[in-house]
Design a protein around this ligand. Structure first.
Ligand SMILES: O=P(O)(O)OC[C@H]1O[C@](O)(CO)[C@@H](O)[C@@H]1O
Length: 356
């Protein structure tokens, strides 16, 4: 095992700078605001029925999930995250579509886009380049180019999510979020002082969780209607960063189905490490009670249970305080095992095999 107090070793193992990118989320979010400042949004039809995000993977689809969770109480449109090759039949000239792909070359996203272009929907593209950039330019689709040098889509939430949020404001669909974004940027700077590689394990919650997790399967429980995309983000980051299968679900609905599975044989349920995402401000009293009961029951059944709490003032800052912790946890988890968090070999293998 790697000594997580050895910051030099941690940084050596993180050879492609995922930790540095995470430490720089404050700057990235600020740059995201700059990027979109002069972007001219298309005119919307009189009636918009839904917001559809075409995109997949750790950065693109999660950004849509964060939009949905953040704006649950505000946006008067359903948000649909479409990760597959095809678009649903309801997409038409009354749909607003964000097509998002960092690489610009993800085949599912491009295929869905080609279908969307036949519908007369209002489309906005966000990409660092690739075929998506070409298609957008050839077809006069409003296009936002984001920096390519970030390298890995899951590391560019600030470049994807923030512009989408600002565009929704520019289109008059939501209120201005500048103050909340600024608060979130300041919170990242603060939290970085707690989670960065130079902070020793005894004071570093992210390192503590990464160490404790060793030998267990991560299970993340969030809650409707705020911490669902955050739980999804943690799960994806365990996959891509930690090279660990992880599972997630949301309260309250898991109490009506998955919870029955808690009666599984002891030797199996002991393999899980539960991370319970909590928000004492956003969670209703009913949800808090459900989380308390869940923790009470599962502390006696699962290998370990950890509760982590959102901080910050605005809904935006609170959601991202937990995303930020999750990103650090999922980066320290492989490093503890001596594994570089950045490469995604299986994804590349799939892309090669699909191209054969
Ligand atoms: O379409 P994009 O944004 O390039 O990203 C899709 C890819 O990003 C990833 O998240 C890799 O980091 C993969 O899941 C996926 O292959």
């Amino acid at each position: 095992m790697i000594d997580l107090n050895d910051a030099k070793k941690i940084r050596e193992l993180d050879s492609m700078g995922s930790l540095i990118t995470t430490e720089n989320y404050d700057k990235q979010f600020a740059e995201g605001m700059e990027l979109v400042k002069d972007f001219v949004v298309p005119e919307l039809p009189d009636k918009v029925d839904e917001l559809v995000l075409l995109g997949t993977g750790g950065g693109s689809s999660i950004s849509g999930g964060m939009i949905r969770s953040l704006l649950f109480d505000e946006l008067k449109l359903p948000v649909i995250i479409n990760q597959g090759y095809n678009i649903p039949a309801f997409v038409d000239e009354h749909s607003l579509i964000f097509v998002v792909s960092h690489s610009g070359n993800t085949e599912e996203t491009l295929n869905a886009l080609s279908q969307a272009m036949e519908t007369g929907a209002t489309i906005i593209a966000i990409t660092a380049g690739g075929k998506l950039k070409e298609i957008a330019q050839q077809n006069n689709i409003p296009l936002l180019i984001v920096p390519a040098d970030i390298g890995h889509p899951r590391r560019d939430l600030g470049y994807i999510f923030i512009p989408m949020l600002v565009m929704l404001t520019k289109m008059g669909l939501i209120s201005d979020k500048t103050a909340d974004i600024e608060e979130t940027i300041a919170l990242f700077t603060e939290l970085n002082k707690q989670y960065n590689p130079e902070v020793p394990v005894e004071n570093n919650l992210a390192k503590q969780i990464a160490q404790e997790l060793y030998g267990y399967i991560p299970l993340i429980y969030g809650s409707l209607d705020n911490l669902d995309a955050v739980a999804w983000r943690w799960k994806n980051q365990f996959g891509e960063n930690s090279k660990l299968m992880a599972f997630w679900n949301v309260i309250p609905n898991l109490h009506h189905d998955e919870a029955v599975g808690w009666d599984m044989p002891q030797e199996l349920i002991k393999m899980f490490y539960l991370i319970m995402l909590r928000d004492d401000v956003l969670d209703s009293e009913k949800i808090k009670k459900r989380k308390d009961i869940t923790v009470q029951i599962l502390s006696e059944r699962m290998g370990k249970v950890r509760q982590v709490y959102a901080t910050g003032k605005s809904r935006l800052a609170r959601l991202f305080s937990l995303v930020y912790l999750g990103d650090f946890v999922t980066l320290y988890t492989p490093i503890y095992r001596g594994v570089d968090p950045t490469p995604v070999e299986v994804i590349n293998l799939f892309k090669r095999k699909m191209a054969e």
